[in-house]
Design a binder for this molecule. Structure first.
Ligand code: TRP
Length: 337
């Protein structure tokens, strides 16, 4: 019997949805839905590992759900982590199969714990930040997902997930968990238009990212002020700023404009203002479609929320199956229905 592979990925309910995140992750997720059994989760438990407030966490979680739906992620594929509390239960169990030394050496832990220090929370570093990767392993393994579409920054987490699964399998004396692999689809790495040497990111500040939901005027203005040449270019090498604009043009699906402007560039006749105009139009077109869908979804918030609660409930049944088996394998006294 050929079974469809299960894909799982998670996204933090922090920051806004900018074009870097859209082209780099969400658009790819949308495409994968055509081919695989896909589960996409808003990881609100993980968001508690950095300073947070209850109000913001709730608002951001729903905001992200609405945004994902507007971008074309199917409602039956979306769920909220806290609506499947089995994740934390498996997270605890897998924590007992995770090496403390390995956790403390994770680059994300080292980065974020020093950032937490800077954020002035009196140097408070929660143990949740340390055990974050065991919960992420649980997110993946609880659905026996085999493919995890993530960026290169998550490589270490996936490696650790495989270690944990292996250790559990050794303990159980059978190949209970399949070892998941990261799925690196070729996605464009979009750079900041204000500083094309750095990745587009919300944490760098407003001018370093372009909000998918921004007004047409704002998008056009941001693209118009994009850095192109800095005067330090090597002859014959396309500057990072111009490269990034071409990448955005291609990502936005304007293949014809892309080809013809690239020809202009090669002939030395490209006007940056023309390139920027085309890029802006490409982004505005995408943004307009998404905003229209978002407005529609927001006209009946309650219905959308109920739909996501229902999909989370369905997905939870799959998680409960695994938890039941894992508890049996561990000798944990189990509830039987
Ligand atoms: N750590 C991931 C990130 O910061 C988010 C995440 C949590 C995740 N659980 C996951 C990603 C499971 C993939 C699979 O981007």
């Amino acid at each position: 019997m050929s079974q469809q592979k299960t894909i799982l990925s998670g996204i933090q309910p922090t920051g806004k949805l900018h074009f870097g995140r859209y082209f780099g992750a969400v658009e790819n997720w949308k495409r994968l839905q055509e081919e695989y059994d896909c589960l996409y989760m808003v990881v609100n438990y993980h968001a508690m590992t950095m300073p947070f407030t209850a109000k913001k966490l709730a608002e951001n979680s729903w905001e992200l759900v609405f945004n994902l739906l507007a971008c074309g992620i199917k409602p039956e594929n979306i769920f909220i982590q806290s609506l499947v509390p089995e994740h934390t239960e498996l997270g605890w169990i897998l924590g007992c199969f995770t090496s403390y030394g390995q956790l403390s050496r994770m680059t994300q832990f080292k980065d974020k714990s020093s950032r937490n220090d800077e954020m002035g929370d009196q140097g408070f570093i929660s143990s949740g930040l340390l055990t974050y990767p065991s919960l992420q392993a649980a997110d993946i393994l609880i659905y026996k997902a085999t493919l995890v579409p993530v960026g290169k920054d998550q490589e270490q987490h996936l490696e650790l997930t495989r270690n944990i699964a292996q250790r559990f399998n050794n303990f159980a004396g059978k190949e209970y968990f399949e070892l998941p692999e990261s799925l690196y689809t070729k996605v464009p790495k979009v750079m900041s238009t204000a500083d094309p040497m750095r990745k587009m990111s919300a944490s760098l500040g407003d001018k370093h990212n372009i909000d998918v939901f921004a007004d047409e005027k704002v998008i056009r203005k941001q693209i118009r002020s994009a850095v192109t040449d800095t005067g330090e270019q090597v002859a014959g090498v396309m500057s990072p700023g111009v490269t990034n604009l071409f990448k955005l043009l291609e990502a936005s699906g304007r293949q014809e404009a892309y080809t013809s402007l690239l020809q202009d560039y090669e002939q030395g006749s490209l006007r940056y203002s023309d390139l920027k105009e085309e890029v802006a139009t490409g982004l505005v077109d995408i943004s307009t479609g998404i905003r229209e869908r978002l407005a529609e979804l927001k006209s009946d918030r309650k219905a959308v929320k109920n739909q996501i609660k229902a999909s989370s409930f369905e997905i939870r049944k799959r998680a409960q199956e695994t938890i039941k088996e894992v508890k049996d394998l561990c000798g944990l006294v189990n509830v039987r229905f």
